[in-house]
Design a protein around this ligand. Structure first.
Ligand code: PLP
Length: 410
């Protein structure tokens, strides 16, 4: 008789977005004429930009001819893409990351989830709360989360980020071995300044902790004091792994391409205290379990770094940022307390009169025909908030704000 990984049985049955979809569908069945504006799920809506499309067409043509055909590529990604990333995302910003420290992949979701493969089960893991659910659920799968008691995992260290602390996580009282930070943040849409991020790098240096830094929304940063990479902070090469994705930068949610940076200085420790290169371990893991992102998607991703690709992707991100501003300003004018939405495609709204997240979700759906995501689905400290995304059209965003502004929530 074989046995399963029992940790999977600990996971909640209904993933947040399935419950959101269930409620929207039930409402639609009851009100078939209602025009629902979906501002829940964080998928992009704009097509790939012309430079990416052209590069992918060319790549498909190459695959059609035996002389230029590409089969298995390097597990770490093609040099043309790794070099473009190192040059544009790091060197041009004065950051020291070399092409061979970059591992191209099929997504930041897989990488942030898979990184647990190279980490011991006994590590104490800290997450900001609310949080992108992948970090928590993959640690449940890996046996690092403990048991769920009153909605929280007893081995996970929760770092609340709420209006009360200005969405800046405080250092934990117990030592965290592994710390997930996501900035610009999903779901709150907030950011840290360089000084605020430095506190975490210094903490990790002092305690021998590892920071898993997810900057999937880096392309949305517009303010000067917001770091684009954790490696802008001195010492970060010794303590941090950085995850980036082309999903939100350039509409690759369907194409799939992302990358993870593992600096050569980053060392982990064996149970008997021996130092091991994390770069070596991640490379070993990838070579064993991953055969690389497709040639076509990597050619598409490389086109983002051409002058046309840069201009075209920026225009799309600016479009979403304009939506975020419409949401933020409009909802503040409507009397709501609103956070995020400046360097991120998410706005995080305090529910009126402290009503719970699902109740406000239902109210927005029923009274405004606007679908968001309840904050409580992202963790205990998300209770009392709701997330709206800027990925809908400009027209729908304006309409959603108009509807919310014309509604009383009591
Ligand atoms: N990280 C964060 C914080 C996200 O919000 C998302 C997607 O919503 C991802 C990673 C997933 O990125 P990818 O599409 O590259 O898997």
């Amino acid at each position: 008789m074989f046995h399963i990984n029992d940790n999977f049985c600990k996971l909640a049955e209904s993933y947040l977005f399935s419950e959101v979809a269930r409620r929207i569908n039930a409402f639609k069945d009851a009100h078939p004429d209602a025009e629902i504006i979906r501002m829940g799920i964080g998928d992009v809506t704009k097509p790939l930009c012309p430079a990416v499309i052209a590069a992918m067409h060319d790549a498909v043509e190459e695959e059609a001819d035996a002389a230029s055909f590409h089969g298995y590529g390097p597990e770490q990604g093609y040099a043309f893409l790794r070099e473009a990333i190192a040059e544009n995302d790091y060197h041009l910003r004065g950051i020291d990351i070399s092409a061979d420290e970059i591992f191209v992949s099929d997504g930041a979701k897989s990488d942030t989830g898979n990184i647990g493969d190279i980490l011991a089960r006994g590590n104490r893991v800290a997450v900001t709360d609310p949080v992108y659910p992948v970090y928590v659920d993959t640690n449940v799968m890996g046996g690092r989360a403990g048991e769920k008691i009153n909605g929280s995992w007893d081995r996970i260290i929760y770092l609340p980020v709420t209006a009360e602390n200005g969405f800046v996580p405080a250092l934990p009282s117990e030592v965290a071995d592994v710390i997930y930070l996501c900035y610009p943040n999903n779901p709150t849409g907030t950011t840290l300044t360089r000084d605020q991020l430095k506190v975490w790098v210094d903490y990790a240096l002092k305690h021998g902790s590892l920071i898993l830094y997810d900057s999937a929304y880096e392309a949305f940063i517009r303010e000067d004091d917001v770091p684009h990479s954790i490696y802008e902070i001195e010492g970060a090469r010794k303590v941090a792994i950085e995850f980036r994705s082309f999903s939100k930068t350039a509409g690759f949610t369907g194409v799939r391409c992302a990358y993870t940076v593992v600096p050569k200085e980053l060392k982990g420790y064996t149970a008997d205290g021996k130092e091991i290169s994390m770069h070596h371990l991640w490379n070993r893991r990838q070579c064993t379990k991953f055969n690389g992102a497709s040639y076509v998607s990597q050619r598409g991703a490389a086109a983002i770094y051409t002058p046309e690709g840069k201009a075209q992707t920026r225009e799309v991100v600016d479009y979403y940022l304009r939506n975020a501003e419409v949401l933020r300003k409009g909802l503040i004018e409507a009397g709501l307390e609103v956070f995020g939405g400046v360097n991120a495609p998410y706005v995080w709204i305090k529910t009126p009169d402290d009503m719970d997240s699902w109740r406000f979700f239902d109210m927005l759906l029923e009274r405004c025909h606007v679908a968001g995501t309840p904050g409580s689905g992202f963790g205990p400290s998300g209770e009392g908030y709701i997330r709206l995304t800027a990925f809908n059209t400009y027209e729908n965003t304006v309409e959603a704000v108009k509807r919310i502004g014309a509604t009383r929530f009591d």
